[in-house]
Design a binder for this molecule. Structure first.
Ligand SMILES: [Cu+2]
Length: 131
């Protein structure tokens, strides 16, 4: 390998490392800056903390970064939270106060999407409104 080739290889290696570090930093920053929405599941429904509205309509802005955290307080039942149309979902978690989060970017287009618990979709369903 000539000196010139070595130098080129070295520069390429440095650029690759810098690009990788930047990608990681941007990903970490976007996860941190995501707005968190906490939903509690109990009595076969979703609730916002401190609000007795069953399966509340969730409002997000177009393109907004969201961290949806589900806290399952429904003793004896497995629940999850997901929007099938957007392919975002938490894990199925047991009703012992377990929690799981899903981070996603809201669609760029305004509109409505249905969220459900995958195993109790008849009772546990609401609307995610993008506007
Ligand atoms: Cu469920």
């Amino acid at each position: 390998m000539s000196e010139r080739t070595k130098r080129r290889f070295f520069i390429l290696l440095i650029l690759t490392l810098v690009a990788g570090a930047l990608t990681f930093a941007v990903a970490a920053a976007s996860k941190q800056s995501a707005r968190e929405i906490v939903l509690v599941s109990r009595d076969m429904a979703f609730y916002l903390p401190g609000d007795e509205t069953r399966n509340p309509t969730l409002q997000v802005a177009p393109g907004e970064a969201i961290r949806l955290t589900l806290v399952n307080e429904d003793r004896g039942f497995l629940h999850d939270w997901g929007v099938a149309a957007l392919r975002h979902a938490t894990k199925l978690i047991p009703g012992n106060g377990s929690r799981d989060s899903v981070v996603f970017t809201a669609p760029a287009e305004r509109g409505e999407h249905e969220y459900v618990c995958s195993t109790h979709a008849m009772m546990m369903r609401g609307r995610l409104v993008v506007r």
